[in-house]
Design a protein around this ligand. Structure first.
Ligand code: F6P
Ligand code: MN
Length: 489
């Protein structure tokens, strides 16, 4: 009875509720539908604007077209189908005057034709640029090909190459002569560079010195070709195959640095190891060519042949270095300083005072407060300074009175590039390129950059690093002076 009484109410309630829910969902669906229409309209409008070239005004339309075309051919099922009604059809896009960039090989051909004394180096430099492309590729593939991390030491005893283990069976990690852990990539890229320098032409490079090799190596040894032993070569090459390689794990920039010297008379016999080593002990200003390759947002090859600096950017589609930076000049002064400031308290007084002056905007070279940029990758940090102006520094510290950077294959090539671009390179006490090396892995305090900035830093050294200084920190000054006379005598 009671149930019967409530039944009509319940039915009524159900009908009302079902109606409300339906209306709600209809409305919701309607709103969604409206939104969808709006979005589609917006999309269509944009497409029309693209067709009329109202969008992307500042972007090279040709490259967009190319990108879009290739994305459609790469992926047939791509959601943006360009096969029909393609709004990016080249015909709808007005032709833009394209800057013609010379390939590196053409630049080299002309430079080496102009200057007889460089002719022999043409195949070598071409091979180095190819090695940079290989290194670039390997850096790009490091993650996917598992090339990250420390390299295991390899023993070649017994014919094959075996990974070395300690008495507990743990893999021994390879270190270089400076006790630094060698990364897998260091080892691979070292081989690329050695082969490029030694293998491109049999009579050009006699021997190489690399950051990754404990001692100087003759090209005949590198190439396993005894014929080269007797032939010698007129040049020696120094290089750091992959500088800042610790950066790779975090996908940060790294670089390759190289320099080429003429072999000194009396040092070219490959039979005599002592002579071979002596061939490398020359002042940096004897270098005939120097360069670096930066693997970063773009891959750039910067080269000097002793008459200015030129830069080439790798076109990733063509796989060719193109002449993007003609006669590169560093600004006369700049606001960037690139130092590892965590070492500030270990720097000597001139450097500390100079950095404080930069931070308070009290230097005459900059005239306003400076800004800091530091990646911990010499090539990337120096390239930034070369393009934008300022100063890079790796000064002496208490722990490392000679600084950290190596004179032969880091300091000197970078110094030559800086000077050739109108900048300067100093130890704080004088020109880096004037230093006579006494061994191949020697380190040197290094300051590179705009001429005004480096000159002013040298002034701080002159003023605060000698007898004029009456500060209590006399021990430092004494050490500085000893250091100064050792290198700049
Ligand atoms: O080759 C040495 C290097 O990796 C350079 O590329 C770089 O400028 C420097 O060391 C960074 O050293 P730190 O980590 O001490 O600042
Ligand atoms: Mn290095």
């Amino acid at each position: 009875m009671l149930i019967l009484l409530f039944l009509p109410h319940t039915i009524l309630l159900c009908i009302v509720s079902s109606y409300t829910t339906k209306t709600y969902y209809h409305q919701k669906h309607f709103t969604f539908h409206q939104h969808h229409l709006k979005t589609t309209k917006k999309w269509n409008d944009n497409m029309k604007r693209i067709e009329k070239n109202e969008l992307f005004d500042n972007i090279k339309k040709e490259s967009i077209t190319k990108m879009m075309m290739s994305s459609s051919s790469d992926n047939e099922s791509s959601s943006i189908s360009l096969a029909n009604n393609n709004p990016y059809q080249p015909s709808t896009i007005p032709k833009q005057k394209k800057k013609v960039l010379k390939p590196f090989s053409r630049y080299l051909e002309i430079e080496c034709w102009k200057r007889q004394e460089l002719r022999a180096l043409q195949p070598v430099l071409q091979a180095v640029s190819d090695a940079c492309k290989q290194i670039n590729r390997i850096v790009q593939r490091a993650q996917t090909d598992d090339l990250y991390g420390a390299a295991a030491a390899v023993s070649s005893s017994g014919g094959g190459a075996d990974v070395e283990v300690d008495e507990n069976g743990n893999i021994i990690i390879e270190t270089n002569i400076q006790g630094e852990v060698q990364q897998k990539l260091d080892v691979v890229c070292n081989t690329f560079m050695m082969r490029a320098l030694c293998g491109s032409s049999s009579k050009v490079i006699m021997a190489i010195a690399s950051e990754e090799e404990d001692v100087v190596r003759s090209c005949c040894d590198v190439m396993g070709n005894p014929e080269l032993t007797t032939k010698g070569g007129d040049y020696v090459a120094v290089f750091d195959p992959i500088d800042g390689s610790k950066n790779i794990d975090a996908s940060l920039p790294v670089g390759t640095i190289f320099g080429i010297y003429k072999t000194q008379p009396g040092t070219s016999s490959n039979d005599n190891k002592a002579n071979e080593n002596d061939a490398f002990l020359q002042k940096g200003d004897q270098m005939v060519a120097a360069g670096y390759c930066l693997y970063s947002a773009t891959t750039v090859l910067v080269l000097t042949l002793g008459s200015g600096v030129d830069g080439f950017t790798l076109d990733p589609d063509k796989g060719t270095f193109l002449h993007t930076h003609q006669d590169l000049r560093i600004p006369a002064s700049g606001t960037i300083y690139s130092f590892n400031e965590a070492n500030f308290h270990d720097y000597n007084e001139p450097v500390q005072r100079y950095l404080n002056a930069l931070k308070s905007g009290l230097t005459s070279s900059v005239g306003k407060r400076s800004t800091a940029r530091y990646l911990g990758s010499l090539v990337a940090d120096v390239h930034n300074i070369l393009i934008n102006g300022g100063i890079f520094g790796y000064p002496a510290t208490y722990a490392n009175p000679d600084g950290k950077l190596r004179l032969l294959y880091e300091g000197c090539p970078m110094a030559m590039i800086m000077e050739q671009a109108g900048g300067a390179a100093s130890t704080g006490y004088g020109r880096i390129l004037d230093i006579m090396p006494h061994q191949i892995h020697q380190r040197i305090p290094t300051f590179l950059g705009s001429i005004e900035n480096v000159y002013e830093l040298d002034q701080f050294f002159e003023y605060y690093g000698d007898d004029n200084n009456t500060d209590s920190n006399t021990k430092d000054n004494h050490e500085d002076k000893e250091w100064m006379s050792y290198y700049h005598s």
